[in-house]
Design a protein around this ligand. Structure first.
Ligand code: 3HC
Ligand code: NAI
Length: 701
């Protein structure tokens, strides 16, 4: 047929096999091949057609790399219309994942069988799209509106056995020979004279319960997906499925799919899809760089971070030895871990068996000697360079020579830590984010001497424990926290210059941040920054207007959520925040003390100052080579700091708004706000002058 699609016969059954590695995406040659196979099947004397795939998965969807390019015929809609109308019985045989256009292909077959390990899903919403090849019209006809709504608006895949209960899969094939099982199932259907059951011909109506379901979904999604367009358009499509004849519903789906395709939100989300995969690659390191086995892990410091990190490894089946200074410290840490697992079980997020299995993998000790044989150590003691150096000296004496020694430090110099050991090539940073068992981001910090093998190993281990790894170079705060200082500085300056906490947080949250900057401060505890500032010189602390208010809050016992008040007052039961006039009195007093004249500040100014601060510092980080690529910075911000994915991260945002416009804004802030705070990045200036985006700069390097 084509280089990716073949057709053969097994007796009276035709078999079309798609073989388009790595994930059998519906590229042009697959679409053409499928069309040709359908013609062949119609023309020969076969009685049925089985659609299956070679390699690790069924079709994982449309080929995302073809998006944005001129469409090449046959387009997917034509191929699937032809499949839907096929005059012989068709059966899809699913293994791995049938996603997006892949599931839509399966839905155009008359019947679907799957291995129990297979998953089916419509993840388009995660790319800012909707299923655009009949998925929104056929799914509810098979499952009913409620399941379709959940499947398509969440984008989460469904295991085959559940899909069978929901009506999406007709038969689960036991054993591991899918094709043999699919052929036997097809023969069963032929022998039983099963009808050509087309999903497009099944009835669907909108009753009062359905109307209510859709109305509630619109409201819930508006709250949950803040500003994203695709989820609302999906509800429109489902409404069309239940109120219009199939062909008209399909046309409506096409229109809304095209609207999504042209929406910058989808451009941003597709950028994030590729950026996340790219970030896992270390430039200059071949894909087949050898890695070391990591079968056991030691963690030093059973505090907030150490406990969470221990859970990450245990959840992935890797045994952990947790070390703290004293029995009390260790017991406190282990107790917290047990409590966290119990909460997960209570909330239905984890089964008791899985929690027990993970807990059984976590052992504790107060003796570093217990780490003699571990493959990887992650240090998470207090944030002090001297203490960390002392710990690394001890580890150097105790751990086996090939063990990887990692520090979870947020700010310390990883080179200075590696330098106290006799094996700096075995030392790097593994910077987790709090809560470590939940947050997906992991900054892997490359020190001057870190070997290729340990970098490749750290990236691979990160994936194994379900993290999204990003490589960073050594500097104060690495990628994420270094940029955050500038973002938080502008939040503080907006506050003292005239805004209220609610205005700042509200503006950023409506714009899409998961949580506003001041609310984040209250959550983390204002005392943490306060203590950190005590160790800094006046020069290191930066603009005094940017920390006077939090200093005063802490000095008045307002530590944030943990003390019931910080920038806000917190309800002890619900933790809901409310405005507190006492805070505004503090802000006004600080402004007066520092000679700041308060003025009205617009939401637009807040958003512009905070996001431009991130972009300018991101550009500095790129020109210094601290981050490998602009997309890596975007991944850090989306996964570590709640930056809205549908805006694509700070550097993608800069490209969207234009590097020229961004540079002008930075210069304007330098001239009108503060020359110290706003030093334009040379890279940003260069791209502005050349009229180039960060993405273009990256491609040309
Ligand atoms: N198109 C093009 N390339 C794709 C792709 C797709 N749909 N899905 C994955 N790839 C590529 C990845 O970019 C990666 O390339 P790389 O090795 O060069 O970095 C490679 O395939 C392997 O992907 P992963 O690293 O993600 O492999 P995993 O095994 O971890 O995951 C997967 C496999 C679950 C299939 C995952 O890749 C995935 O979720 N893919 C996206 C699925 C999707 O969103 N489908 C819907 C597309 S939109 C659509 O179908 C529109 C339709 O309704 C009209
Ligand atoms: P923490 O104060 O909650 O825990 C530190 C633990 O280390 C305590 O249990 C303490 O008893 C133990 N400890 C101290 N010295 C020790 C020693 N010599 N040997 C063994 N155990 C020792 O601190 P937290 O918040 O867990 O931070 C730990 C590290 O992680 C710090 O470097 C911090 O910068 C970093 N980090 C913290 C994040 C956070 O949000 N809390 C986020 C990312 C990194």
């Amino acid at each position: 047929m084509t280089e990716t699609v073949s057709y053969r016969r097994d007796g009276d059954i035709g078999i079309v096999c798609i073989d388009n590695p790595p994930v059998n995406a519906l590229s042009h040659s697959v679409r053409s091949g499928l069309m040709a196979a359908l013609e062949q099947s119609s023309a020969d004397d076969s009685r049925a057609l089985v659609v299956h795939c070679a390699g690790r998965t069924f079709i994982a969807g449309a080929d995302i790399t073809e998006f944005g390019k001129p469409p090449r015929e046959p387009i997917l809609g034509e191929v699937l219309a032809r499949l839907d109308a096929h005059d012989k019985l068709t059966v899809a045989a699913v293994h791995g994942t049938a996603l997006g256009g892949g599931l839509e292909t399966a839905l155009c077959c008359h019947y679907r069988c799957a291995l129990p390990s297979a998953k089916v899903g419509l993840p388009e919403v995660k790319l800012g799209l909707l299923p655009g090849a009949g998925g929104t019209q056929r799914t509810p006809r098979l499952t009913g509106l409620e399941t379709a709504l959940e499947l398509i608006t969440s984008g989460n895949p469904m295991p085959a056995p559940r899909a069978a209960d929901a009506g999406l899969v007709d038969k689960v094939i036991e054993g591991d020979d899918l094709l043999a099982g699919a052929l036997a199932y097809t023969r069963e259907l032929l022998d039983g004279e099963a009808p050509l059951r087309r999903a497009s011909e099944l009835p669907l109506q909108l009753d009062d319960a359905g109307r209510e379901l859709l109305a509630t979904a619109r409201e819930r999604l508006a709250r949950r997906t803040r500003g994203e367009n695709a989820p609302q358009r999906i509800v429109d499509c489902l409404e069309a499925a239940a109120t219009l004849p199939f062909d008209e519903g399909l046309r409506r789906e096409r229109e809304l799919f095209m609207a999504c395709m042209e929406d910058p939100q989808s451009g941003a989300l597709r950028h994030m899809f590729f950026a996340e995969r790219e970030a896992a690659k270390v430039q200059g390191l071949p894909r087949d760089t050898a890695t070391q086995p990591v079968d056991t892990v030691g963690i030093i410091g059973a505090g907030t971070m150490g406990g969470g990190i221990a859970m990450c490894f245990a959840n992935a089946g890797i045994p952990v030895t947790l070390i703290d200074m004293s029995d009390e410290g260790l017991e406190r840490g282990l107790g917290l871990i047990r409590k966290n697992y119990a909460t997960s079980v209570k909330r239905g997020k984890l089964s008791q068996d899985k929690a027990d299995a993970a807990l059984a993998l976590i052992g504790g000790s107060t003796d570093y000697a217990a780490l003699a044989e571990v493959d990887l150590v992650v240090e998470a003691v207090f944030e002090s360079l001297e203490l960390k150096q002392d710990v690394f000296r001890q580890l150097d004496g105790i751990c086996k020579p090939q063990a990887i020694l990692a520090t979870n430090t947020s700010y310390q110099d990883v080179n200075a830590i590696a330098g106290v050991t006799s094996r700096p090539q075995q030392v790097l940073g593994m910077h987790f984010f709090s809560p470590a068992n939940v947050m997906k981001l992991l900054e892997v910090v490359r020190a001057d001497a870190s070997s290729d093998t340990i970098l490749a190993t750290a990236m691979a281990v990160a994936k194994r424990i379900g993290k999204v790894p990003v490589l960073a170079g050594v500097c104060y705060g690495f990628i994420g926290n270094r940029m955050l200082r500038h973002y938080q500085r502008e939040a503080q300056l907006c506050l003292i210059e005239g805004a209220t906490p609610a205005q700042i947080d509200g503006a950023m949250e409506r714009w899409g941040m998961a949580m506003g900057p001041l609310a984040v401060g209250d959550l983390a505890g204002l005392d943490i920054g306060y203590k950190a500032r005590q160790g800094l010189t006046t020069e290191q602390k930066g603009d005094p207007r940017s920390y006077r208010v939090p200093d005063l809050l802490v000095e008045q016992g307002r530590l944030g959520q943990k003390s019931g008040q910080g920038y806000y007052q917190y309800d002890p039961e619900t933790r809901k925040r409310s405005d507190d006039p006492a805070v505004m009195a503090i802000v006004e007093a600080a402004a007066e003390e520092l000679g700041v004249e308060r003025r009205a500040i617009s939401d637009d100014e807040i958003i512009s100052r905070l996001t431009t601060a991130l972009i300018n510092e991101g550009a500095h980080i790129l020109e210094e080579g601290i981050a490998q690529r602009p997309g890596d910075i975007d991944v850090v911000y989306a996964y570590g700091y709640g930056f809205p994915r549908h805006r694509g991260g700070p550097m993608h945002l800069a490209d969207h708004l234009g590097t020229g416009a961004m540079y002008e804004t930075v210069c304007r802030y330098r001239d009108t706000l503060s020359a110290d705070n706003w030093q334009p990045s040379e890279l940003l200036a260069k791209l502005a002058a050349e009229g180039k985006t960060f993405a273009e700069w990256q491609r040309e390097r």
